[in-house]
Design a protein around this ligand. Structure first.
Ligand code: SAH
Ligand code: DHB
Ligand code: MG
Length: 245
């Protein structure tokens, strides 16, 4: 049952913007996100196991699903599984012969994700890999599973630049790369930030600005996860090598 949430906006100026972001997200979720036992169960099981509450929100999960679906993705690579919440959204975008490969370094997260993915009926579609992504990515490249059509980069932010490089290596023209948590309360625009994770994103932004193989844009977001954002990149057809003279 969908119930509309009343948002006292814009009349009351004493309200904290964060509260409005939450209320609007709840309002939109009630209208656009179908109640879903599997996804809600995965979130609840992750919380019960003590995992951090940092999975994508339902509306963001649906964005992942829609982007992967629009791309017609058959092979998806996710870096940072946590409890598998985003993994389930992504896996549901696949055709029957599709696959999500998802990388996770934390054994406990990896195990909770296994249970959530089994309960979602997606064990055959999702390949989980335990280990630090910088160790597993070369193995995935060597196995020749790719190229992947869609990437979701959402692990340790310090390594985002390297993950993006790997995504490019494992991509083809037309592949889509989505990177989470690139705004971090606006701290990304602070060159003197003390947060190593934000410095990681700044280093990524500088590399991205020089990267000729993609066309990219960054979207700022607000909601129950606060003020953050995504970078969306499209892998371009390989440029012809310049003629020698
Ligand atoms: N994509 C998930 C959230 C991921 S949270 C969702 O939206 O549902 C980030 C995850 O990255 C955590 O589970 C963390 O353990 C994992 N992680 C951190 N460093 C990592 C690394 N070096 N390699 C692989 N995973 C890593
Ligand atoms: C954190 C990590 C995430 O991937 C996220 O979406 C939100 C927060 C974190 O480490 O704080
Ligand atoms: Mg994230």
């Amino acid at each position: 049952m969908r119930r509309e949430k009343d948002v006292k906006y814009p009349g009351n100026t004493k309200r904290k913007p964060e509260q409005t972001w939450r209320d609007v997200e709840a309002y939109l979720d009630a209208l656009q996100i179908a109640p879903d036992r599997v996804l809600e169960g995965a979130r609840a099981a992750s919380a019960a196991a003590g995992l951090p509450d940092i999975a994508v929100t339902p509306s963001q999960g649906k964005l992942l699903y829609l982007l992967a679906k629009m791309r017609g993705a058959r092979k998806i690579l996710e870096i940072g599984t946590l409890g598998g919440y985003s993994t389930i959204w992504l896996a549901r975008a696949l055709p029957g012969d599709g696959v999500v490969v998802t990388l996770e370094a934390d054994r406990r997260h990896f195990e909770i994700a296994r249970k959530n993915i089994v309960r979602a009926g997606l064990a055959k579609v999702v390949q989980r890999r335990l280990g630090r992504a910088l160790d597993t990515l070369p193995k995935i490249a060597a196995e020749g599973i790719g190229p992947f059509d869609f990437f979701f980069i959402d692990a340790d932010k310090e390594s985002t630049t390297e993950y993006f490089d790997w995504a490019l290596r494992l991509s083809k023209a037309g592949s889509v790369i989505l990177v989470d948590n690139v705004i971090r309360d606006g701290e990304v625009a602070n060159a003197r930030t003390a947060d190593a994770r934000v410095q990681g994103i700044r280093r990524f932004n500088e590399a991205l600005a020089r990267e000729k193989r993609v066309s990219a844009t960054t979207l700022q977001t607000v909601g129950r996860k606060g003020y953050d954002g995504f970078t969306l990149a499209l892998v371009l057809p390989a440029a012809r090598s310049p003629r020698r003279r």
